[in-house]
Design a protein around this ligand. Structure first.
Ligand code: ADP
Ligand code: MG
Length: 556
């Protein structure tokens, strides 16, 4: 139909729109970043599809994003010759919010404006930012390969309704016309547009052009205003730290700088480039099971997919970045990635790189504590998931201990070993569910008295992790809540005291055994306690008391 059809935004969309416009008001210019990013995505998609269907080019292979200012009618036009949208797609993509839970998140969390800015792209609400600066928006689009009469017009004032109509559109791709609000007239200045493009979109791999009057030739020309080369393809020496940081921010929509990164071009049998970042803040949904992670995958500079999880183990899922491979096939799918041998070797290599990067980072205590506070819990999955790299992962773990107070820096296993007592054979730890119950545990009395440090493990995952930690540099781990000879041995005058356990104590032990009968395995005398008269403990081969508690609370 060539008739104008009117639709209503999904009710959620309306609210998001409202929230967005208000929370992003102070940072209006990001609408351009969002539009350029969509245009660049659309061109990437086109490139990808033309691999199998070259006819989609329609003899128009000069892929670019164009910006045109029209001061006479206060419009800013952004067009691309990417894949475009069909009638159905335009309704689905611009009329609904695909990601559920977005609204709840924005409302319940008391985010600062800056935090909200950084979230905008994560939710696929990027396009709506046009309404921060526009009183009306027209989107004309035609999907690559469709008849010129199969174009579609989408029109809205961003107030609950939008209209859609079939139109004739000569060129493939999307053309977006913004009717700027009176307070957004500064976006009609080409110097301002150039500044914004340079700030956010300089490394978008597609040329971005602006229509300008050229003084020399006295004609209007399309002038390219971005570098249009992917950052990771440049020589390291030509890239400034700020370039890396900006690239990271654009890639992740995180407004914080990354803590560190690694950029490597590897040649040989496998040829690839990686640019991997460690964020300084964990994503709000990193613990959500649906959390999307993984690298952005390119094959020979062509964008293939986001969230390629296959290149890093789960316990490094906080890593962000890109991998650009020269060896993988262009038509690689997630299923293929899963099976592919190349990918498996890449995963090993990338894992080593990241662990090395973290090892370097750990030399800077302050940065590393920051890293640990954000991602330590995730890294703790490492010993179980990646036995091959257990040693290096163990070195990266950090612990609280009797001798570190809450405010002090955490210690590494190396620190612990360096401070061991002469007679001490093992690395002692306790697992509980809070710092308070750990530090006050009667199990620690003896150790405090003897000035022997004990690691205090209070995260849920610790108990499980310790099952995979057998030893570190030849010292085995020992839970202090389990009976262990090494602990009794630490007592200086064990021998003498052993003799002194007179018949009375034996009588008492027997009496207790008699009363508790089947409920216990044994009752023993211990040197471990100094103030508490008795303690429940488990045998060295049994689960710890904390594990037993976890099981019983799970109804087992
Ligand atoms: P996101 O880019 O995160 O998916 P947006 O709100 O920016 O969210 O865009 C929504 C969707 O609209 C995109 O995923 C894409 O499918 C479609 N879209 C937006 N702009 C374009 C464009 N220039 N060409 C083709 N499709 C587009
Ligand atoms: Mg977008």
């Amino acid at each position: 139909t060539n008739i104008m059809e009117t639709y209503e935004f999904q009710s959620e969309t309306n609210e998001i729109l409202h929230l967005m416009i208000h929370s992003l008001y102070s940072n209006k210019e990001i609408f351009l970043r969002e539009l350029v990013s969509n245009a660049s995505d659309a061109i990437d998609k086109l490139k990808f599809q033309t691999i199998s269907s070259p006819e989609l080019y329609e003899n128009n292979t000069n892929l670019c994003i164009r910006i045109r200012i029209n001061k006479d009618n206060n419009t800013l036009i952004i067009s691309d010759n990417g894949i475009g949208m069909t009638h159905k797609e335009i309704i689905n993509n611009l009329g609904t919010i695909a990601k559920s839970g977005t609204k709840e998140f924005l409302q319940t969390y008391n985010k600062t404006t800056q935090e909200k800015n950084s979230l905008i792209g994560q939710f696929g609400v990027g396009f709506y930012s046009v309404f921060i600066v526009s009183k009306k928006v027209l989107v004309k689009s035609r999907f690559g390969g469709l008849d010129k009469n199969e174009g579609v017009l989408w029109e809205s004032e961003g107030k609950g309704k939008y209209q859609v109509k079939k139109i004739f559109k000569k060129n493939r791709g999307t053309k977006i016309t913004l009717y700027l609000k009176s307070e957004a007239q500064n976006f009609l200045e080409s110097w301002n547009i150039k500044r914004i493009v340079n700030k956010y979109s300089n490394h978008v791999a597609i040329p971005i052009e602006i229509y300008t009057y050229d003084e020399k030739t006295k004609t209007s020309i399309w002038e390219q205003i971005n570098q249009a080369q992917a950052l990771w393809t440049l020589e390291k020496s030509k890239i400034k730290d700020d370039d890396y940081k900006n690239f990271y921010k654009k890639l992740t929509n995180d407004s914080n700088d990354p803590i560190t990164w690694t950029h490597n071009k590897v040649e040989g049998v496998q040829e690839y480039t990686i640019l991997l970042f460690i964020p300084s803040k964990s994503a709000w949904d990193i613990w959500n099971r649906e959390n999307k992670h993984g690298l952005k995958l390119y094959v020979k500079r062509i964008y293939i997919m986001d969230n390629a999880e296959q290149f890093l183990p789960n316990y490094l899922r906080f890593v962000k970045g890109i991998i650009d491979s020269n060896n993988l096939p262009l038509n690689v799918s997630r299923e293929i990635l899963q099976e592919n041998e190349l990918v498996k070797t890449l995963k090993k290599a990338l894992t080593k790189r990241i662990l090395k990067l973290l090892e370097n980072l750990s030399k800077n205590t302050e940065s590393y504590q920051l890293f640990w506070s954000q991602f330590g819990l995730i890294l703790k999955e490492g010993p179980a998931e990646d036995p091959e790299n257990k040693i290096i992962i163990s070195n990266l773990l950090r612990f609280r201990s009797i001798k570190t107070t809450l405010s002090e820096n955490l210690i590494s296993l190396q620190n612990y070993i360096d401070n061991m007592q002469k007679k001490q054979e093992k690395i002692y730890y306790i697992t509980t569910d809070s710092y308070a119950s750990a530090i006050n545990s009667p199990h620690l009395e003896f150790f405090k008295q003897k000035n022997i440090d004990v690691l205090l493990l209070t995260d849920k995952i610790d108990e499980w992790m310790m099952n995979y930690m057998t030893d570190f540099k030849g010292k085995s781990f020992q839970s202090v809540s389990k009976y262990d000879k090494s602990i009794e041995k630490l007592n200086n005058n064990v021998q003498d005291q052993e003799k002194n356990i007179n018949e009375n104590v034996k009588l008492l032990l027997n009496k207790v055994k008699e009363i508790l009968k089947d409920k216990i395995k044994d009752v023993r005398f211990t040197h471990k306690l100094t103030q508490t008269p008795a303690i429940v403990t488990t045998d060295s081969n049994d689960m710890t008391t904390q594990m037993a508690k976890l099981f019983s609370s799970a109804g087992q």
